[in-house]
Write a protein that binds this ligand. Structure first.
Ligand code: ATP
Length: 191
């Protein structure tokens, strides 16, 4: 059993990382892949470049050595729909049970995703609770609602701190402490 946790990771934070470890344990997954997307179909332009998002994920996996990165979406020339990614993953792992892991806020928009009814042909869906989101909702998919804890951190919150420059021209890195790994805070400061 292996899991794929997709997202923009713009940037990756402890909400993603700690919860990814928790769901890996809860489902007893052999491997858990963080899978950064190229340009998210459901979001506007990203703050960090693909290369920077990938470098930050790589730094994150030093502290979270239980996690791996799957670069198939970010490596692709053009953005792709999740359904295409799932077909490729299944053909790469024909003998594995595969889980697609998403947060409740992403799940709330699932019915707008292309061919979402066909996801269950390729994977089982796992939904992580998220503090900003309401309750579970029903779809036709075969869905598991995880018991993982709530961690109230978002990339939006981090980007807003990063873009607020102090009077001395320095980013207030103190405010980022505890939201993402130290080596990523350093990476952002050095950009
Ligand atoms: P943004 O603030 O830019 O919307 P985000 O923090 O939601 O970003 P994404 O990279 O968009 O991060 O998230 C990837 C996946 O991880 C999504 O399915 C999202 O729901 C989930 N996720 C993000 N943060 C958390 C969190 N703190 N707890 C549980 N799931 C999360």
């Amino acid at each position: 059993m292996i899991g794929f946790f997709g997202g923009s990771f713009d940037p990756v934070h402890y909400g993603h990382l700690k919860i990814a470890c928790a769901i890996k344990k809860e489902l007893k997954l052999k491997q858990l892949f963080l899978m950064p997307c190229k340009t998210p179909v459901h979001k506007n332009k990203l703050y960090f470049s693909s290369r920077q998002r990938l470098e930050m994920l790589t730094l994150a996996c030093i502290e979270f050595s239980d996690l791996q990165i799957d670069t198939r979406e970010i490596d692709r020339q053009s953005p792709s729909y999740t359904i295409e990614t799932l077909k490729h993953i299944q053909s790469d792992y024909p003998n594995e049970e595969i889980f697609l892991i998403i947060g409740q806020d992403s799940f709330d928009t699932l019915t707008t995703w292309k061919d979402y009814q066909k996801f269950s042909d390729y994977v089982s869906l796992v939904v992580l609770p998220r503090s900003s989101s309401s309750q579970q909702s029903n779809t036709n998919t075969d869905t598991y609602f995880a018991q993982t804890p709530l961690i109230d951190i978002s990339s939006t919150q981090i980007r807003s701190i990063v873009s607020s420059i102090t009077p001395t021209g320095k980013m207030n890195s103190q405010k980022l402490s505890g939201l993402l790994p130290k080596n990523i805070i350093q990476y952002i400061q050095d950009l």
